[in-house]
Each structure stands twice: as structure tokens, then as C-alpha cells.
Design a protein around this ligand. Structure first.
Ligand SMILES: [Ca+2]
Length: 145
């Protein structure tokens, strides 16, 4: 598994969903997180503005070297994960023309076949409301444009 320590710490701050995810990936107790930024600011701010908690949840769920795709906005639910080593992949049916948020920990290329357009993505890129952009068009992902 990857990033167990980081996962456990962030889960403490990210709320029930992240806790469940972390429990899946790493059985370390969430309460074991040191009293750092996580416990101080608590996860209660999830609904206001959305930025810190939603982004933290995305970062928590999306591993190093992955691009993660969510059907819904704000990185809600379980993402579909892709890595450059997977090569070209058509989006799964539920994500075809329907990636409403994504988080990239790897470079890649989003593709719409008709009309043909390719969008380069860099590690660190993300969108929490991608339906206002290419998320309504994406058909596939590839390592390079
Ligand atoms: Ca399309």
C-alpha cells in the first residue's frame, strides 16, 4: 500500500468519507494523528466554500502518480484511477462525457474524439466543477497528447 502515514493523518481531518477510505487502505487508527493542523481546524468546514476539505479529500483519495476522475462535482464518491503506465484508456461508461471533477498527480492528456480535441494535464491540476469545462466532453485519457 502507499502513503499509509499520510493517509491516516489526513483522514482525521477529512471526515467520515476519508476515514472510511483510509480504513480500507490502511488500518492505522485515525485518532493516532498527532495534534497538528488536522485536529486544530477539524473537518467541520466541509460545506463552507468547499475548498480546503474538498481538496484535501481529493488529495487523500488520489495516490501519487495517479489521475483520479469523479462522476460528480467536488470529488464526491469513489474515483476512477488512471496512471500513465496504464496507457490509452477510454473512459468507463459512467464517466464518458461526465467527469465533473478530477485531480491529477500525474501528467496526461484528456481526449474528446468528436470533435477532436486534446487537453494536456499536468500533475497538480484539478477541477472541482469540471462540467463547466472539458468534463462534459472527455472520452479518453492517454499518457501524451
Ligand atoms: Ca465526447
Amino acid at each position: 500500500m502507499r502513503e499509509k502515514t499520510r493517509g491516516a493523518r489526513l483522514a482525521a481531518a477529512a471526515g467520515a468519507i476519508a476515514v472510511a477510505m483510509a480504513a480500507f487502505a490502511a488500518p492505522a487508527p485515525a485518532e493516532a494523528a498527532p495534534s497538528g493542523a488536522g485536529s486544530q481546524r477539524s473537518a467541520a468546514r466541509q460545506s463552507e466554500g468547499g475548498r480546503p476539505a474538498a481538496l484535501r479529500r481529493a488529495a487523500e483519495q488520489c495516490g501519487a502518480g495517479e489521475i483520479c476522475f469523479w462522476r460528480d462535482r467536488d470529488f464526491a464518491g469513489v474515483p476512477w484511477r488512471w496512471m500513465p503506465s496504464n496507457g490509452y484508456r477510454d473512459m468507463p461508461a459512467n464517466l464518458h462525457d461526465h467527469v465533473y471533477s478530477f485531480y491529477a498527480n500525474a501528467p496526461g492528456c484528456f481526449i474528446d474524439w468528436d470533435p477532436l480535441e486534446r487537453r494536456g494535464v499536468n500533475s497538480g491540476d484539478y477541477a472541482k466543477a469540471y462540467d463547466t469545462n472539458f468534463g462534459r466532453r472527455i472520452d479518453a485519457v492517454a499518457p501524451n497528447c
